[in-house]
Ligand binder design. Structure first.
Ligand code: ATP
Ligand code: MG
Length: 346
């Protein structure tokens, strides 16, 4: 923890967009670690960030389904809604409100450096939504509303957490307060950046148009095995040393996935498979992936049979989230000089 946060209770916030089905990248880079943090006894707040998802077009019916399915994915991955706060963002309006306030703190030059916007907008930047551009200040609002001190994320979100730190520091400085903590990104484990199975230079994403590029938490055992079998690799055997995977991104990715799933280090994995080709390694990886993911996908199916129960859990989580978020938002308005005199707000 940074010294700046010593005055704040340790609290974790993180989120996932219900912009598609959950992937192995989301599981290893986020969900699995979210459950570990919860089990360490730290206060944990986890959010299905539906307001982020609509920064690119979402079919309304699909979005509802994806939100419930992602909630099922959290619970199946070990998030206990009694111990963690689990909710969807749009049910706590303080997120959208604080995002506006932070839009007036964040600088255009900072936003222009965000690589996720550049990646997602591509050559089409004149035609993407304004929301896609403003996404990082909504993410800062998500984190800062809860005065979170730690944000477990995959490697790809590091820049956004760093921007959140800049926004928090500028707010504190401009208003002469120590109101927001300066949150630390927490990027740990053997698979902080799981790559696409089709292209070792691109990260695995739930919104990638190619389903073969990713393993979904809802894929059947046959689908998982088939996707791993067809995953792009090279013709070399695995080396004895990790150094030997330096210029082999696809091979390195599969080794990292194996390590993250088995709880070993990547070096232990290459030591065990040294000299063997992918003809031997891929089936071993497929067996391991199926063994780890099958219990999650069958639990998701079970939970999805009762969507009303999922909605109840999200609704209750939203009430608990709001109880933290609303007073922090009110305080932010006051610090910024807004008159807040509605009787129901005090
Ligand atoms: P989208 O393609 O819609 O952006 P996504 O798969 O990138 O979806 P997000 O909802 O943007 O998922 O991210 C949720 C969390 O999962 C974040 O903490 C992010 O860093 C992590 N994450 C996403 N993809 C990967 C990956 N390939 N490897 C490790 N972590 C990942
Ligand atoms: Mg993403």
């Amino acid at each position: 923890m940074t010294a700046a946060n010593a005055a704040f209770t340790p609290r974790i916030f993180s989120g996932i967009q219900p912009s598609g089905g959950l992937t192995l990248g989301n599981y290893l880079g986020a969900l699995k670690r979210f459950a570990e943090k919860q089990n360490e006894g730290i206060e944990t707040v986890y959010c299905l960030v539906d307001l982020h998802a609509i920064t690119v077009w979402q079919d309304p019916q699909a979005l509802r389904h994806q939100t419930r399915e992602a909630a099922a994915g959290f619970i199946a991955s070990g998030i206990d809604p009694a111990r963690s706060i689990l909710f969807n963002q749009s049910q706590v309006s303080a997120h959208a409100e604080l995002a506006w306030l932070l839009n007036c703190v964040a600088r255009l030059g900072w936003m222009n450096r965000m690589t996720q916007f550049k990646d997602k907008a591509g050559k089409n930047s004149e035609h993407v939504s304004l929301g896609l551009y403003a996404y990082p200040s909504l993410m800062a609002a998500d984190i800062l509303l809860y005065h979170a001190t730690m944000v477990p994320v995959g490697e790809d979100q590091k820049q956004h957490v760093e921007l959140t730190r800049d926004i928090a520091a500028k707010f504190n400085h401009d208003y002469g307060v120590e109101f927001f903590p300066i949150p630390d990104p927490v990027i740990e484990g053997a698979a902080t950046r799981v790559m696409s199975l089709r292209d070792g230079s691109k990260k695995m994403s739930k919104s990638d148009p190619s389903d073969a590029s990713r393993i979904n938490l809802t894929d059947s055992a046959d689908m998982i095995a088939g996707k791993i079998r067809k995953a792009r690799t090279d013709a070399e055997p695995l080396p004895e040393d990790l150094e030997g995977l330096k210029d082999r991104p696809e091979a390195r990715n599969l080794v990292n996935i194996y390590a993250a799933l088995s709880g070993e280090t990547a070096q232990q994995v290459v030591s065990r498979f040294a000299g063997q080709g992918f003809g031997a390694f891929k089936p071993a990886l497929a067996d391991l992936a199926v063994a780890r993911l099958e219990p999650i996908s069958s639990e998701m199916t079970r939970l999805m049979a009762d969507p009303a129960e999922i909605d109840r859990i999200l609704g209750e989580g939203a009430e608990r989230a709001d109880a933290i978020a609303r007073p922090n938002l009110e305080r932010t308005y006051e610090i910024m000089g807004m008159v807040r005199s509605r009787p129901s707000r005090n």
